[in-house]
Ligand binder design. Structure first.
Ligand code: GDP
Length: 380
């Protein structure tokens, strides 16, 4: 039986987007054909207990290394090749290409017939740094396929690979759970709870960091309120930028029109998307391109919920929007651009609904986990 060894530092219970991506994919492969080799999440009894409980609940074996970070050292390479042989694996999936993908040639010599290395948002940043570029090049040479999230990350990463490796790249983005995120996900209850039942709501769901553009939305609010009085900006998520955002709301005179929920448990997210009339996150690129959006999965979660989206033009965010169909891409950082599009959508519920429906259909057609897992299975 053809089995796959997944080698990764990014596996739950460690939280995060890449971790959720790998886990969702792994769950959709045949559990009898998957073995995961992962780093230890956290040292100490609590981390060990959480990890053991998580691992025991998986339908496939998870082998933990004692290290909290796997690096392509001789020791880790020996362990990976031993696991490959012990479980009779014929293919290898590196959950993040760099740096573990450097073990590709060794695993091939040990019997792997297919080696796939997946890239995420940050490799696009690394592709600009000379040392990391060289590593990506070697990883491209030692694997069969390097996957990418979308056109933005592909164009960056391909530049670091040989022409042959670049030509072998395949798109493999994370999917969206269309059964979790759907129209009618309980937004009315959230609105009632927050006292927003009859008010226009612009919702933004994301970590609170400058790149995401919650500050741009706050700066856009006076313009929006002048056109659509009573509008509320619902900011969902937690993060280090919260204090600055609250101060900006106060100095902009819009404190009453902004609600912060803080970070929420996963189960509360769909209803909070559903509480919005419009989803907006005008993200922007910072630090000369190193702080950039990889894909912007939240736009797809909003589309799945049936909301029109207003996205920023940072990195791969536009890959998650059909501009003019599921919403609009605006210049990140421009409060006037964001306000103009948001006002148009709040004033025209028929247009908002049509864009939301197109978004929902697009997610069902193109972004379902099952479809993307089929693609991975094909590569492996
Ligand atoms: P990234 O954080 O820059 O990787 O942004 P992404 O848009 O790629 O991923 C963010 C993910 O985290 C999306 O699935 C969001 O729905 C989710 N997310 C954002 N804020 C929260 C929150 O407060 N709670 C939970 N549970 N998830 C959140």
């Amino acid at each position: 039986m053809h089995k796959t060894l997944i080698v990764t530092n990014d596996f739950p219970p460690r939280p995060g987007g890449i971790q959720a991506f790998l886990h969702n994919m792994a769950l959709r492969l045949d559990p009898d054909r998957v073995v995961v080799y992962a780093s230890t999440w956290k040292r100490g009894a609590e981390g060990a207990a959480a990890t053991a409980a998580f691992d025991a609940a998986q339908p496939f074996p998870v082998v933990r290394d004692g290290a909290t970070m796997l690096l392509p050292t001789p020791r880790v390479t020996r362990r990976a090749t031993a696991l490959l042989r012990e479980h009779g694996c014929e293919s290898v999936w590196f959950g993040a290409a760099a740096p573990l993908g450097l073990m590709g040639p060794a695993l091939r010599r040990a019997g792997a017939r297919r080696v796939v290395a997946t890239t995420h948002g940050h490799e696009a940043g690394w592709a600009q740094l000379p040392g990391a570029r060289g590593l990506l090049h070697r990883i491209g040479e030692g694997t069969d396929t390097v996957t990418y999230l979308g056109e933005y990350t592909r164009s960056r990463i391909a530049g670091a690979l040989s022409a042959a490796a670049a030509a072998r790249m395949v798109r493999l983005p994370p999917g969206v759970d269309e059964k979790t995120f759907h129209p009618g996900s309980g937004g009315d209850l959230i609105r009632a709870r927050l006292g927003l039942t009859d008010r226009p709501v612009v919702v933004c769901v994301s970590r609170l960091v400058p790149r995401k553009g919650q500050d741009t939305l706050i700066r856009a609010l006076p313009l929006i309120l002048a056109e659509v009085p009573g509008t509320v900006l619902l900011i969902v998520g937690g993060g280090p930028y919260e204090g600055a955002l609250r101060a900006l709301a106060a100095s902009s005179g819009v404190t009453d029109a902004v609600r912060f929920t803080g970070a929420l448990p996963w189960g509360e997210l769909p209803a909070h998307f559903g509480a919005g009339d419009v989803f907006a996150m005008p993200c922007r690129t910072r630090r000369g391109g190193l702080d950039v959006e990889g894909l912007g999965i939240v736009y797809l979660e909003a589309s799945a919920t049936g909301l029109p989206v207003v996205a920023g033009d940072s990195g791969g965010a536009p890959d998650a929007v059909l501009d003019g169909e599921t919403g609009w891409v605006v210049r990140g950082g421009s409060a006037t651009d964001a306000a103009e599009r948001i006002v148009t959508l709040l004033r025209d519920p028929a247009l908002a609904r049509a864009m939301g429906e197109r978004g929902r259909a697009w997610v069902e057609e193109r972004w379902r986990w099952d479809l993307l897992a089929d693609r991975l299975r094909g590569l492996l």
